[in-house]
Every structure is written in structure tokens, then in C-alpha cells.
Design a protein around this ligand. Structure first.
Ligand SMILES: Cc1ncc(COP(=O)(O)O)c(C=O)c1O
Length: 393
């Protein structure tokens, strides 16, 4: 095998002539940072999702941070979230001096469990000031938002949807990301649409939108992007809050606008790949395929092995796939296994048994629009050949 020509990377963005031309236009316009192109991206994005406001930011992490800040989260507050996520979901809570309250995931999915959220709310009622729920739609599989929304209403909690993986996901409850108080999408290089780095916050709440808009750009009291170019704009501005530097550039937004137009086409491609994988893997007793859940955005295809049925571990499986030129990943190493979270809250691995179990079983396979039929066939063949060869019959 020649690694340079035959290696199938785990992820690859789908960028074409439309993105190239859009970027060139921005370069030629003389205005690179946040400006009219970003404003158009926000308007088009809000329309696409059916949300009143969309606020472009330079990462989903920034969007989550700004959202919690706008919700007034601070020291003494707790926010319920999952250990089965990327660290920034929980890190932003710490940035504000508050604490994440981790609860384990469901048995039959990678998403936070509604039952366990309810248990935590009952257990800590009166001892912890729990302000809201921060669910993550892992891999693009929608969480049980119907359960979460009624629970949040009953207990007067906010919901901040970490929809970093879940664009575009439509369910019978509505567009994922727009169902909570706020929702945040990621446009990181590997995500379902990308701007290299970037993110979007959506909300229907005018006050929150206003606060985020102000805080993402230095806490200045008005939109300042045109103050250098408009003949009527003045040099005057006032800093009214200690804001952040979280704005998205027009260069990135130009790519985002082109990607947004392709979002549903990309989704169809990923869905088709997921369907083919599942068709080939579902009858092997040593594999567990991800559910074809309603509204799944298929950002990730989280295949699981059944360890008692195999003579190799998940890590060895991954290594053998790599030897055959196939890039994979693991989503996620649960947060409570990482030194920072372990040290801060004194976690033991067994504190979140479902998260640990899934972590030891999961392999993320490549799933992106530019995968060719022959690459998909090669991936399937390799997965089955390795599994069949190490199956404990
Ligand atoms: C679940 C989840 N939330 C948030 C983020 C942060 O996204 P960003 O890289 O855009 O800050 C990621 C990044 O991969 C993620 O996987």
C-alpha cells in the first residue's frame, strides 16, 4: 500500500469553485473582516433554520461561551451536560466561574439521558443552583428534545443546544438547534459545512441576541463594521461592556454562504453513505450500527464493536484499519477521563459507565460527500475482513 496515494483520510472538506470565487470577491472588495458578507450569511442562515436571529462567531466554542454569558451564568451556577462530548462544551461553563454537572448518556445512543437529567435535578434540588441543560446532539443524532423541552419548562431551566454536529437536522419537533433557548453550530474544518473555523448562534430571543451581538465584538455599543467605509459613519464608539473578540470574518462568511447552499446536498450524500455502511455491517454480530434516527445529520458514523465477540480490542481494530490505509477516529474520549476534569472533580472512570462502555467500543468511520464508491467499498471490505478474521465463533 502506498500511504500517499491510497490513504483514505478520516475527514475532508467539500470545497469547490463557488467557495473559491466567493473568497476572491471578498479579497478584491478590500474588506476582509466582519462586514456585509457576514451580515448576509447571518440572514441566509436564520432563514434556512427558521430562527429569528443568527449570530456569526469565530467558533462554536465562542458561541457557547457567549450564549452562557448572555444567560447570566456565573459562580455558584451549575449547568447539566454530558461527559460524552468535546471538552469545549463544558470548558465554557468553567470560563464563567460556573460548574458543569455531568450526567451519563442513554443506553441505546451516545446522547445525554433524559432520565438521568431528571434524576440529577431531583437529587440536587435545594443543594445546587442548576440553571439549565446543555445537550449535545452527538454525531448529528438529535437528542430527545421533546423530553428536554417539557422538563426545562416545568423546572424553569434554559436549554442551550450544542448543535456543533447537527447541521442541518430536521425533526418532527422542529429544526435542531432552534428548539432550545439558544443553539450553536460549528463550521470547523471537519464539520457538515465549514468555514475553516467558525460557528453560528441561533435564538428567537431578542435580548439574548442583542447581548451576544455586543459581547462578540469588544462590548461596543453598536455595529462598528462599516465605520471605516461608510461616508456617514463616524469614528465614535463606546465600550459599554468587557466584550470578547469572537467575530467571524467576511472571508470565512463568504465560504459559509457557498457551503450553506450545498448543505442539503451534502446531507443527502452522507445519508447515502450511512445507508450503505449499515446495509453491510448490520448482520455481523460483532458490530453495532448507529440507529437511523429521525433527522440524523450524519456528521459522524459511529460504528461500535461488540468486544466479547472479538479477539482484538477497539484500538487494535483501528490500527489494522490504518494499516489498510483507512483513517478513523474516536468520538469521544469521555471528559471525566481527561486529567483536567478528573483532577477538578475527582472523577473515577466508573462514574459514567455508559460513556466508558461506548468509548471502548466506538470507531468513527469516514463519512463525507467526496468519498468515492470505490473508497466506500474499500472501507467496508476492510472493516469486515478485520472483524471476520478476529471473530470469536
Ligand atoms: C460537540 C462539540 N461541541 C463543540 C465543539 C467546538 O467547536 P469549534 O471547534 O467550532 O469551537 C466541538 C468541536 O469539535 C464539538 O465536537
Amino acid at each position: 500500500m502506498n500511504l500517499n496515494t491510497d490513504f483514505i483520510p478520516f475527514a475532508r472538506p467539500s470545497l469547490g469553485q463557488e467557495e473559491e470565487e466567493a473568497v476572491i470577491q471578498v479579497i478584491r472588495s478590500g474588506w476582509l473582516t466582519t462586514g456585509g458578507v457576514t451580515k448576509s450569511f447571518e440572514e441566509e442562515f436564520a432563514h434556512f433554520c427558521g430562527s429569528t436571529y443568527a449570530l456569526a462567531v469565530n467558533s462554536a466554542t465562542a458561541g457557547l461561551h457567549l450564549s452562557l454569558e448572555a444567560l447570566g451564568i456565573g459562580p455558584g451556577d451549575w449547568v447539566i451536560t454530558t461527559p460524552y462530548t468535546f471538552t469545549s462544551t463544558a470548558t465554557v461553563v468553567k470560563h464563567l466561574g460556573a460548574d458543569p454537572l455531568f450526567v451519563d448518556i442513554e443506553i441505546d445512543s451516545f446522547n445525554i439521558s433524559g432520565e438521568r437529567i431528571k434524576e440529577a435535578l431531583d437529587r440536587f434540588a435545594g443543594t445546587k443552583r442548576i440553571r439549565g441543560i446543555l445537550p449535545v446532539h452527538i454525531a448529528g443524532q438529535p437528542c430527545r428534545m421533546d423530553q428536554f423541552m417539557s422538563l426545562a419548562k416545568e423546572r424553569e431551566l434554559f436549554i442551550l443546544e450544542d448543535a456543533a454536529h447537527a447541521f442541518p437536522s430536521r425533526t418532527s419537533w422542529g429544526f435542531i438547534g432552534t428548539l432550545g433557548t439558544l443553539g450553536v453550530y460549528s463550521f470547523y474544518a471537519t464539520k457538515t459545512i465549514t468555514t475553516g473555523e467558525g460557528g453560528m448562534v441561533v435564538t428567537n430571543d431578542e435580548r439574548l441576541s442583542h447581548r451576544i451581538s455586543r459581547m462578540r465584538l469588544h462590548g461596543i455599543d453598536r455595529e462598528v463594521w462599516n465605520r471605516y467605509t461608510s461616508p456617514t459613519a463616524s469614528w465614535q464608539y463606546s465600550v459599554v461592556e468587557p466584550g470578547f473578540k469572537y467575530n467571524l470574518t467576511d472571508l470565512a462568511s463568504a465560504i459559509g454562504r457557498a457551503q450553506l447552499k450545498k448543505a442539503d446536498h451534502f446531507l443527502e450524500k452522507r445519508k447515502a453513505i450511512a445507508r450503505i455502511y449499515t446495509e453491510h455491517f448490520q448482520d455481523r454480530s460483532y458490530l453495532t450500527v448507529p440507529p437511523d434516527a429521525e433527522g440524523h445529520a450524519w456528521h459522524l458514523y459511529l460504528l461500535r464493536i461488540v468486544p466479547p465477540k472479538l479477539r482484538i480490542t477497539r484500538d487494535e481494530y483501528i490500527e489494522k484499519l490504518r494499516e489498510q490505509g483507512i483513517g478513523t477516529s474516536v468520538h469521544f474520549i469521555p471528559l471525566h477521563l481527561h486529567p483536567y476534569w478528573k483532577r477538578t472533580y475527582g472523577f473515577k472512570p466508573e462514574d459514567f459507565p455508559e460513556s466508558i462502555r461506548k468509548y471502548q467500543e466506538v470507531i468513527s468511520l469516514p463519512i463525507y460527500p467526496s468519498l468515492t464508491e470505490s473508497q466506500i467499498e474499500r472501507i467496508i471490505r476492510a472493516v469486515l475482513q478485520i472483524g471476520d478474521a478476529h471473530y470469536k465463533s
